[in-house]
Write a protein that binds this ligand. Structure first.
Ligand code: PNS
Length: 166
């Protein structure tokens, strides 16, 4: 099957609730490797959402506005169904530490079983961004701490407004 995004494309899936500087670093690096990076806003059943899917996509679009080869999409179902439907053959995931590597390896195996031939590539988090997570950002914002070192400047007002700390 031909991929609707071209041969040299990848999917970078996540909850992006909200997009962080760690996510943005992975998107930029993937965009330097692949012709097209499809950033997929997917549902993680283990996490309670804070922002709506539309808000997450809007924040991602603004954060990625200077990266021309990025497409932002939303998908409500299984990752493997998305890759089968689009023909995308490579998934990129960022890995921050050993715990991430363990859980991401399991996810890669399951996705590969559901969609045979699907490859998952891990990119190590950049030094300095390895401790950044969306859940940590949400928690800091909730208690009024400075989150400007952790989220793209374009989305900072959205996060502060969500926690009523403009
Ligand atoms: O940013 P996250 O929360 O680490 O991303 C996890 C995500 C959304 C990529 C994962 O939960 C996912 O793939 N959700 C879609 C449902 C699915 O395919 N689950 C099986 C994965 S083994």
């Amino acid at each position: 099957m031909t991929c609707k995004y071209g041969k040299h494309c990848c999917l970078y899936p996540g909850s992006f609730d909200p997009v962080t500087l760690g996510h943005l670093d992975i998107i930029r690096r993937a965009a330097g490797i692949f012709d097209t990076v499809v950033v997929g806003v997917l549902h993680n059943p283990d996490k309670q959402g804070c922002f709506s899917v539309e808000q997450r996509m809007d924040m991602l679009k603004r954060a990625c506005e200077d990266i021309p080869n990025v497409e932002i999409i939303a998908w409500p179902g299984l990752l493997a169904r998305l890759t089968q439907k689009t023909g995308i053959r490579v998934v990129v995931r960022g890995v921050r530490n050993g715990a991430d590597l363990d859980s991401e390896t399991t996810m890669a195996h399951i996705n590969g079983q559901l969609d045979p031939g699907l490859e998952t590539l891990f990119l190590p988090a950049a030094p300095g961004l390895a401790d950044v997570s969306a859940s940590m950002v949400r928690q800091l914002a909730q208690f009024g701490a400075d989150i400007s070192n952790y989220v793209p400047s374009q989305v900072l007002p959205d996060v502060l407004a969500a926690f009523d700390k403009p």
